[in-house]
Design a protein around this ligand. Structure first.
Ligand SMILES: [Zn+2]
Length: 198
């Protein structure tokens, strides 16, 4: 009888630990934005999520960088950025950096707030030169600079605008449809495209 209860207890502990491990693994995986202590510039990194989750359960989580946008040239560096990840495991995740930015920037076309940054069609960024790009197409290490100089475009407006640009003759604007240009108020501050001729 005693061994039976002991077995059940061990099984429950094992299941609980597995659930905790999976939760931590999901939390730790993914691309991260940190500042390289050597260049003081943003870099995109990834850590060994399974190791961090496993060592969290055992005692103290260990954060080992397994990928960096400065590698392979700087492979074998001293991983001096790891403490940034340890100090802010949530805030350094690229998906959270992007979600935070969109939460603060409504769509520049329809003015609706942008809550969802994943999915088949993701929100885009409109640069001062008029270039429209989905945030997922931008290298993570370039995101801080590009976010600073762009305005937000929701996934729906991104689709419409992309279609308009590809097939300009098929789109007819009616006065009662959404405005075709980003509202001047939201774009203000990112500057007009250069009119200079070279
Ligand atoms: Zn929109």
């Amino acid at each position: 009888m005693g061994t039976g209860i002991g077995f059940i207890f061990a099984a429950v502990v094992l299941v609980a630990m597995t659930v905790v491990f999976i939760g931590l693994y999901v939390r730790y995986r993914g691309k991260r934005l940190v500042t390289c202590p050597e260049t003081h510039l943003p870099v995109s990194t990834e850590i060994n999520a399974a190791l961090a989750a496993g060592t969290w359960i055992a005692a103290q989580p260990r954060f080992v960088v397994t990928a960096c946008s400065r590698w392979p040239e700087r492979a074998g560096c001293d991983q001096a950025c790891a403490p940034q990840i340890e100090a802010a495991p949530e805030e350094t995740l690229v998906r959270n950096v992007v979600a935070r930015w969109y939460a603060q920037h409504a769509c520049s076309y329809c003015a609706r707030p942008i809550h969802e940054i994943g999915g088949v069609v993701v929100p885009a960024l409109l640069a001062p030169d008029g270039e429209l790009r989905e945030w997922k197409d931008i290298a993570a290490e370039d995101l801080p600079r590009i976010l600073e100089h762009s305005v937000a475009v929701c996934a729906t407006c991104e689709l419409v605008e992309d279609f308009r640009r590809r097939f300009p003759n098929r789109v007819i604007d009616r006065p009662d449809t959404a405005p075709r240009k980003p509202s001047a108020e939201l774009v203000r501050g990112i500057g007009e495209p250069s009119q200079a001729l070279y």
